[in-house]
Design a protein around this ligand. Structure first.
Ligand SMILES: O=C(CO)COP(=O)(O)O
Length: 251
């Protein structure tokens, strides 16, 4: 699973050119064709509709970087889960470290947005990760506590197991020159995976984000379900190389 959030780096046309390039690379890639790699992209809201056209009948999917807590109403400037689903989003990011640090999103907000995503039938890309570098046991314990907390308002009663994507993003590794060490990532993600497997209301997978780029998935192997890329996916050729790596891992 290779996801990319563009954050707010690109302009509109730049986003569409990039999405077109990624769609072409992914849909022609043997790892995607063989079903061993999946790609999703998360552009800014105003590019979603054009991204839907680019991704129509394609192997790649798309989603949004944020959603409102409520489904409809007097919430100026917000975008609801049902709106995103109607545009064709499959994924929506919830609780990214930048939303928490820069826009005051609390645990309560993350709970409400996670519940809203599930209500709309979207797969939350639930971002969690420790603030400061620590040991893998402490990091995993904190992540599992945050996942449990984020899910605590979600209603799973009306359907079969819902898909959930956990993005393990140690906050100290976001926007850094290099990712966390592969052994550290693998240890934390294996523990998160163990927790996700113990829950039956949802089917959870865990991807790593935080300065992820070419070479990392080869080092991590199958200890993670994929990567959540930021800056290092701005060059579409880097995404091609990462898909090559995924293909090599599966043989
Ligand atoms: O936060 C991230 C993905 O959402 C990671 O971003 P960078 O890879 O640019 O550090």
């Amino acid at each position: 699973m290779i996801g990319v959030s563009l954050k707010m780096y690109f302009g509109y046309q730049q986003t569409l050119d990039w999405a077109t390039a990624i769609e072409k690379i992914a849909s022609e890639h043997p790892a995607v064709k063989a079903g061993v790699a999946e790609v999703f992209i998360l552009p800014s809201f105003p590019a979603l509709e054009s991204t839907a056209s680019i991704c129509a009948d394609s192997a790649i999917s798309f989603g949004a970087q944020n959603l409102a807590e409520a489904d409809a109403g007097a919430y100026t400037g917000e975008v609801s889960g049902p709106f995103l689903a109607e545009v064709g989003c499959r994924y929506v990011e919830v609780g990214h470290a930048e939303r928490r640090a820069l826009f005051g999103e609390t645990d309560q907000v993350v709970r409400a947005k996670t519940a809203a995503a599930f209500r709309a039938g979207l797969t939350p890309v639930l971002c969690i990760g420790e603030l400061e570098r620590t040991d893998p046991d402490s990091a995993a314990a904190l992540c599992i506590r945050d996942i449990e907390d984020a899910l605590s308002d979600a209603d799973f009663s009306n359907r079969g197991p819902a898909p959930l994507l956990v993005a393990y993003e140690p906050q100290w590794a976001i926007g850094a020159p290099a990712p966390a060490e592969p052994a550290y990532i693998a240890d934390v993600c294996q523990k998160i995976r163990g927790y996700l497997e113990s829950r039956t209301e949802f089917v959870g997978r865990v991807i790593y984000g935080g300065s992820a780029g070419v070479g990392l998935i080869t080092a991590l192997g199958t200890t993670v379900d994929g990567l959540f890329l930021g800056r290092f996916a701005h060059d579409p050729e880097a995404v091609r190389k990462i898909l090559d790596e995924v293909g090599e891992l599966s043989v």
